[in-house]
Design a protein around this ligand. Structure first.
Ligand code: NAP
Length: 263
């Protein structure tokens, strides 16, 4: 039996030498993406709000994978947070090759009973922050002239309406479209911009919103694979989008939902 390996596939999903900024990297999906990127050889800037959690995540990844890891504690709900994070992210390595816009919040409430403060809070973190961060990081990538990959963790809620997720669905749908505008504008500079749209993942957020059996069961019944996703199923797609194996993928929104949104 031949043991020949096609060189195209030998390192297809490696991210050695790439410098990635990951938001919401302290918990849930973002923490798993950070671990996957470190395992693939990327240098990292981890972002969140809790400095203790950031330091712990940095030390764990350095210890396990031996990659260079920096942290940036920034509140992305503030208008200046995204530009400040772009500045800190670029300063850590002298530039960035990959941005993973993952941080997000969910404040479920019925559309007919919308609290304007929670509505604004959702839009600020889920739409304004990732859009402004991608704008600032994208501008630096254009100036550097070395290309890049911007990956947005949107949601299946961007593609199919969910009751009690008025602001959340609107924020994620807006983010998918904003990412496509980036794909058009930045594509000529060799910078790709794509979204992933997971169904429920039982992270801290997923557990809070979907943890009750009575709420979960009807949602699971609408997913042909008959279960929620697990974090590594999101991370694997994000690593692929960041890698050279996805070098012609630009402007797409990929459902990671077991067939939930296929129609
Ligand atoms: P999570 O467990 O609640 O973690 C959220 C992360 O975002 C944390 O690291 C948190 O850091 C950070 N974050 C929240 N608000 C922030 C702020 N104002 N400034 C800076 N960082 C902030 O959430 P998750 O379930 O992993 O979700 C990650 C992403 O996937 C979100 O965009 C979410 O909408 C999306 N998503 C989730 C699901 C799901 O079912 N879980 C499904 C589809 C899409 P701090 O704690 O330090 O603030």
């Amino acid at each position: 039996m031949s043991t020949h390996t096609d060189p195209r596939y030998a390192g297809a999903l490696r991210l050695d030498g790439k410098r990635a900024l990951i938001t919401g990297a302290t918990k849930g999906i973002g923490a798993d993406i950070a671990r996957a990127f470190a395992g693939a050889g990327a240098g990292l800037v981890l972002s969140g709000r809790d400095t203790g959690e950031l330091s712990a995540a940095r030390e764990a990844l350095r210890e396990e994978f031996g990659v260079e890891v920096h942290t940036a504690a920034v509140d992305l709900a503030t208008p200046d947070g995204p530009s400040e994070l772009a500045r800190q992210g670029a300063a850590a390595f002298g530039g960035l090759d990959i941005l993973v816009n993952n941080a997000g919040v969910s404040h479920p409430q019925p559309a007919v009973d919308t609290d304007p403060v929670l509505f604004d809070a959702t839009i600020a973190v889920n739409l304004r922050a990732p859009a402004l961060l991608a704008s600032a990081v994208g501008a630096a990538m254009v100036a550097a002239g070395t290309g890049g990959s911007i990956i947005t963790v949107a949601s299946a809620a961007a593609l199919a309406p969910l009751p009690d997720h008025y602001a959340y669905c609107a924020s994620k749908a807006g983010l998918v479209m904003a990412t496509k505008v980036l794909a058009r504008e930045l594509g000529p500079h060799g910078i790709r911009a794509n979204s992933v749209c997971p169904t429920v993942v039982l992270t801290e957020m997923g557990q809070r919103v979907w943890g009750e059996e009575a709420k979960a069961a009807p949602m699971i019944a609408r997913i042909p694979l008959g279960r929620f996703a697990v974090p590594h199923e999101v991370s694997d797609t994000v690593v692929w989008l960041a890698s050279d194996a996805a070098s012609m993928i630009n402007g797409v929104d990929i459902p990671i939902d077991g067939g939930y949104t296929m129609g």
